[in-house]
Design a binder for this molecule. Sequence first.
Ligand SMILES: [Fe+2]
Length: 399
Amino acid sequence: MNISPFKLSMNKKIVFRPGSIDELADEIKFYGSSTVLFIGSKSLKTGGKLERIEKLLKKNDISYKIYNVNDEPSPDLIDRITEELRGVEPDSITAVGGGSVIDTGKAVSAMLKEEGSVCDFLEGIGERKTSGQKIPFIAVPTTAGTGSEATYNAVLCRVGEQGFKKSLRHSNYCPDAVIIDPELYYGCPSHVAASSGMDALAQLIESYLSTKATFVTDLLLTGAIEGMFEALPIVTFDRNIGEICDMDCSDAWEKMAYGAYISGLALSNCGYCIVHGMAGAVGGFFKAPHGAVCGSLLAEGIKQTILKLEKEDPESPSLLKAAKLGYIIAKSEDMLPKEARARFIQIIESMTESMRIPRLSAFGITEESLAKIASASSNKNSPIFFNQDEMIELLMNRL
Ligand SMILES: [Fe+2]
């Protein structure tokens, strides 16, 4: 094995175990006796999970204040909460929920150590540099999607004509501790599992094909990608055939939880390619769920990347890697590399169909808006460069 140079940033502590939510109070108490708890709007309350967490906190004499997060966080939301909490700084911030909830907690934990608006520090928007200081931050994901529990940026979004989707980023912002309890993912509605799972899958595949991938991330990614391809059709079973899924999905949810975590870890270390490069731009202009946009663009983005590489850079290592994924996912080595890549694309296309991931037009995107999206898109870590016209064509294929 050739050990090439690498850098890897990650959480200080990761707990991965069904039932590990019971360790949350210990993690909070490590930092003190008070926390601010960010939670999502629905699933935590309906499944009795919030009662279980509150009982734990009370039993351990932890004082807490709860904030509900209902949407992708905006700079205004972060500024408002930060102002409310100034002067009564908690010992830690805890976020239990999906990517929006974790990003909110991450941004608030950072901004409590800075003066001014979060906009002053956003990449591509503000001029100021963050200090990197923060309140200790604990993340507990409940959806298998963005992998925000492993990343060191918080994505904030302002929608509209002057809209943007930008990051607050510092290598110190990675959650200090992450508790991954696959049991918290049970009962996730299948449309949410489908779109958030496709987001994670896009992050995994793009990190693997990225020019910044390392041999360490490659080792982590192949197993996580294989698990995600096995698990996604199971946890979205009822979406495929229109029936309620009542089979035991525990094994599949463990693969989903692991895959989403690795997708965040890899994304923050390897960067993204064309799919997330365009999905970020779409999210700034349209109120479209990030996961569904990534899912909608995934097969076409990977297909065009592979076709362009085959034509313009046939010796690219990313082509060999795409073929390897084809062999792994199709569970067959009886193909030429080009056939394996075609099979890989075909499997993603049929998953996109069977999970009924919408086309871009479902989010109000029209032909007239494609040039604007393309000019705001980025593909700096893509193994092959897409120009403006090529990006418009790619988007057009998914309208
Ligand atoms: Fe994503």
